[in-house]
Design a protein around this ligand. Structure first.
Ligand code: HEM
Length: 405
């Protein structure tokens, strides 16, 4: 007979622990050795790789992204309608249909065709920094890096990079914790993006090219096709999901390499390690530390009954350091080959749609950094975003190295 979760004895933890990331990571892994589940003021944190994977794969747990407005006391019919069209918040048949239609446009091959462009963008951004030998890596490199790539992916021309950057900043206000204030700014940016995309879609319908939009227009399964509105929503989701994630993941990676010169040297000497290095960075220092789900109905897992609406927080950081899956999990080792996947791209039906693209972006950037900043080191205190941010990393990253490479 299942025991109601409220009656189960388990440790209680705060939502956001104090201290450095190393301390937080150590506290989480210690918690994981003691329990697979712990109580927080809002719901339950899930700590172990096997349970995080199983619960994310269980379709009865729904994405909590649609609850952001409700949790902030915002009830706006138009906002709710738009949220319902966001792939990140969709569930069931609706979500499955969309993934089936868009999946073929997000293959490794699609990411590969952008690789030379990624290398060009990152090296152009590194040029002034490498001539100087010091600067803030976040403002000069991480912030601008993903926008040209998303534009290229969607087929938007170079002249519109500025526009995308501005729209992205406004659309990201969704994560600022003040939706009541920002709602209209966000929806205006979404409208502007929608109008822009519908023009671009019309152009691609008339004259297809070798880009994501043309692939999406051509996407068809058993006579089913994406509507213009669905493609607009997807472009919004890609901008939302593919920009700040990449920025923060790259910043976390460079901070980590600046503290681990032996690993940086290894990557410089052997650039073919870049794919393993990108995976290891995401495992050990993921910019997305976890996600949230709610029980769509009363359900039972491991003989515990979770009433409908119960919130859970699968912790990627804890799962990524689960010693039953990763040998010496606290060691950052870019030669690590593990049979268990890291959790930083999630798991189950919402597994990151842009994973191949994100990997390629990270690999190209890390190769360039290792090659052009051989003695990279930190140059002062790193400032970090609040740990409550869903997408997390340094807000400034002062670095120094020998210039001229
Ligand atoms: C290092 C960079 C990235 C990380 C760490 C990351 C991580 C994630 C995670 C954890 C999820 C699942 C969230 C959940 O289950 O609650 C997700 C979903 C998603 N990601 Fe990424 N992502 C990255 C880059 C990208 C890029 C570059 C794109 C697009 C070009 C992208 C597009 C998406 C989309 C559309 C979804 C929603 C998929 C769905 O709900 O079916 N991501 N990502």
């Amino acid at each position: 007979m299942a025991v109601p979760v409220a009656d189960v004895e388990m440790p209680e933890v705060g939502l956001d622990a104090d201290g450095s990331e190393d301390e937080r990571r150590a506290a989480l892994t210690d918690l994981a050795t003691r329990t697979w589940i712990a109580r927080t003021p809002l719901g339950y944190v899930i700590t172990r790789h096997a349970d995080v994977t199983a619960m994310l794969r269980d379709k009865r747990w729904f994405s909590a992204i649609g609850l952001i407005a409700q949790m902030q006391g915002v009830d706006d019919a138009e906002w709710n309608r738009r949220s319902g069209q966001n792939i990140l918040g969709m569930e069931g048949d609706e979500h499955q249909r969309l993934r089936r239609l868009v999946g073929p446009a997000f293959t490794p091959k699609a990411a590969e065709r952008l690789r030379p462009f990624m290398a060009e963008v990152i090296n152009d951004l590194l040029d002034p920094l490498c001539a100087r030998g010091h600067g803030d890596f976040v403002t000069e490199v991480c912030e601008p890096y993903p926008i040209p790539i998303i534009c290229e992916l969607l087929g938007a021309p170079r002249d519109d990079w500025e526009l995308f950057s501005r729209l992205a900043t406004d659309i990201f206000r969704v994560f600022n914790g003040n939706l009541a204030r920002d709602l209209h700014t966000i929806m205006n940016a979404q409208d502007e993006m929608g109008a822009y995309m519908s023009k671009l879609i019309a152009e691609r319908r008339a004259e297809p090219r070798d880009d994501l939009l043309s692939d999406l227009i051509a996407a068809e399964e058993a006579g089913d096709r994406l509507s213009t509105e669905e493609m607009q929503s997807l472009a919004n989701a890609v901008l939302l999901a593919g920009t700040d994630t990449t920025r923060n993941q790259l910043a976390c990676a460079v901070e980590l390499f600046a503290r681990c010169p032996d690993q940086l040297r290894l990557l410089r000497d052997e650039p073919s390690l870049a794919p393993l290095a990108a995976e290891e960075v995401m495992r050990h220092f993921g910019a997305i530390r976890g996600t949230a789900r709610y029980a769509s109905e009363t359900l039972t897992y491991r003989d515990i009954e979770f009433p409908a609406s119960t919130l859970i927080f699968p912790s990627f950081t804890a799962a990524n350091h689960d010693e039953t899956q990763f040998d010496q999990p606290m060691r950052f080792d870019i030669t690590r080959r593990s049979s268990a996947p890291h959790m930083t791209f999630g798991s189950g039906i919402h597994y990151c749609l842009g994973a191949f693209l994100a990997r390629a972006e990270l690999q190209e950037a890390l190769k360039a950094v290792a090659n052009r900043m051989p003695d990279l080191r930190l140059d002062g205190d790193v400032e970090w975003k609040p740990v409550s941010n869903g997408i997390w990393g340094p807000s400034t990253l002062p670095i120094r190295f020998t210039p001229g490479h």
